[in-house]
Design a protein around this ligand. Structure first.
Ligand code: TXE
Length: 486
């Protein structure tokens, strides 16, 4: 097969920083000497990639103050002025696409095919799209104002893409930001900070503060932050909602999921098998909207699982930099422990485990594509987000039963419906309580479409007009005082 992706340029960049990073605050790197640090590792090999600053009170405070100082000037540029900066960011993401993809793969473990062909192109698309919103904002949102300073906390599964989802609309609307990347995957956010400088973004408009959940909590608690935008676990989302209650901060939460993938008797089974591969094995299943529950209509259940198992035997688990790899590394050993624990409890509850014959690499953090069959509706496998390459399989008889099963979790992020009968699919789709429902497809994202959840999957939308509205506040239109008649 093709040679593995060349990691040389990524290593050269890391070495240029002596593999030690401060925060990016007010357009400059903070000093790296003395402060608390932690290591970020390559989960496929265990190698330490870099030493990362653990942000405390001072870093978070400095970053929020820098963002506050920069905000009036940024807003005063007007939509057309901000659009020029967003276009510059989009173009530079494209210019540096290779190094961003390699850094993402090194830090996260995702296959290079995904970071190169999916993550980074969607990042550029997000900045281009929101440059368009900036251009139009005065016309499309008359009598609206930016919120001010936005605190943004992102997870490790799509580090740069979640950064783009957060930063692009915030900037288009005239806000400034302090973003905290996840502790497992800070590298692309730090490389993006340099892109901001290269694009000539005014100092303080984008600030990156690294650290773990304690750093995130400091951002949430900071009184000068006007909105928190969070993507991550439902547990942390609950804590953030409690902490911001009564603070006046605006909040959007994008949390977990247990999304159904529904296959009707009359579905194109071969296409649906490829859909399943994309739904649950994309990014090792570490996807908030992963199709992690396969609901198959009884008549085709045996035939479909047979086809699916045959396809699973062909999936290649291994070196994420290898262009032929389908399934890369799990982000961190703690995440792998979590997968093992839930799978173990599921099997103890009676689920039947099936995995393909090929072994995983013996070093690094890997987990094979996995089916849990004979899963009952209230069991752990059917209810808990596993956030790994593990698919729970259930069957149903009627469309009504499929809808009931689909809605039978505490989540509601996404769903996928497969049938060659478009009337059936269009009848079932709106009955599913989920933010996105795909028909005969899955994982279709676009910067122009609002993405977000129902129920414990969170609230607020990212992308498109709805996503822009999350970063604006309506303002009363000043009107001339009316003459008072005597
Ligand atoms: O997420 P956390 P973790 C789910 C998934 C996964 C589980 C645990 O099921 O197995 O969460 O992952 C920051 N105040 N998802 O522990 O902790 C943290 O530093 C403020 C689903 O990694 O939620 C990171 O930047 N911030 C999900 C971010 O929150 C805090 C993506 C997410 O980390 C904080 C990730 C606090 N108290 C995990 N504690 C999705 N919906 O896509 C942590 N953070």
């Amino acid at each position: 097969g093709p040679a593995p992706e060349d990691r040389g340029p990524a290593d050269t960049w890391l070495e240029s920083h002596k593999r030690t990073f401060g925060h990016f605050i007010d357009g400059k790197w903070s000093a790296v000497k003395g402060g608390a640090h932690f290591e970020t590792c390559n989960p496929a090999t265990g190698e330490v990639l870099a030493s990362i600053a653990q942000g405390g009170d001072k870093a978070v405070g400095d970053a929020v103050r820098a963002a506050r100082r920069a905000q009036p000037g940024w807003a005063a540029l007007g939509g057309a002025g901000r659009a020029r900066h967003l276009y510059a960011l989009a173009r530079l993401v494209q210019k540096h696409a290779r190094i961003l993809a390699v850094l993402e793969t090194l830090d996260n473990g995702k296959p290079i095919r995904e970071s190169r062909d999916i993550d980074v192109p969607l990042v550029a698309r997000h900045f281009y799209h929101h440059a368009g919103w900036a251009q139009l904002i005065e016309d499309e949102f008359p009598a609206h104002r930016p919120l001010g300073v936005i605190g943004q906390i992102v997870p490790w599964n799509f580090p740069l893409l979640m950064l783009a989802w957060k930063i692009a609309p915030a900037l288009a609307a005239g806000n400034t930001v302090v973003l905290k990347p996840a502790e497992y995957t800070p590298l692309t956010a730090l490389r993006f900070a340099e892109i901001c400088a290269e694009a000539g973004l005014p100092a303080g408009v984008v600030n990156i503060v690294t650290g773990d959940g304690r750093t995130g909590a400091l951002l949430v608690e900071n009184e000068a932050v006007d909105k928190i935008a969070f993507t991550g676990s439902t547990e942390v989302g609950r804590i953030i909602r409690q902490k911001t209650a009564g603070s006046g901060k605006k909040l959007s939460l994008e949390l977990g999921g247990k999304s159904p993938f529904i296959v009707f008797d009359d579905a194109d089974l071969d296409s649906a098998v490829e859909g399943v591969v994309d739904a649950i094995w994309f990014n090792q299943g570490q996807v908030c909207c992963a199709g992690s529950r396969l609901l198959i209509q009884e008549g085709v259940a045996a035939r479909f699982t047979e086809k699916l198992k045959a396809r699973m035997e062909t999936l290649r688990v291994g070196d994420p930099l290898d262009k032929c790899t389908d399934i890369g590394a799990i982000v961190d050993a703690r995440q792998l422990d979590g997968i093992n624990e839930i799978v173990g409890r599921s099997v103890a509850q009676g689920a039947r485990l099936w995995q393909p014959a090929a072994p995983c690499p013996s070093t690094g953090i890997f987990y094979p594509p996995t089916l849990l069959e004979d899963v009952t509706t209230s069991s752990i496998a059917a209810q808990e987000e596993i956030f790994g390459p593990v698919l729970a399989v259930m069957t149903f008889r009627t469309p009504e039963e499929a809808v009931a099963l689909a809605n039978n979790t505490r989540y509601g992020l996404a769903a996928s419906v497969w049938s060659e009968n478009i009337n059936l699919a269009l009848g079932v789709a709106p009955a599913i309580k989920a933010g996105s429902v795909w028909i005969n497809s899955t994982n279709m994202f676009d910067a122009a479409v609002g993405f977000g959840g129902y129920r414990q999957s969170g609230f607020g939308r990212e992308g498109g007009r709805e996503g822009m509205a999350e970063y604006l506040r309506p303002e009363p239109i000043p009107s001339a005082p009316k003459a008072v008649r005597a």
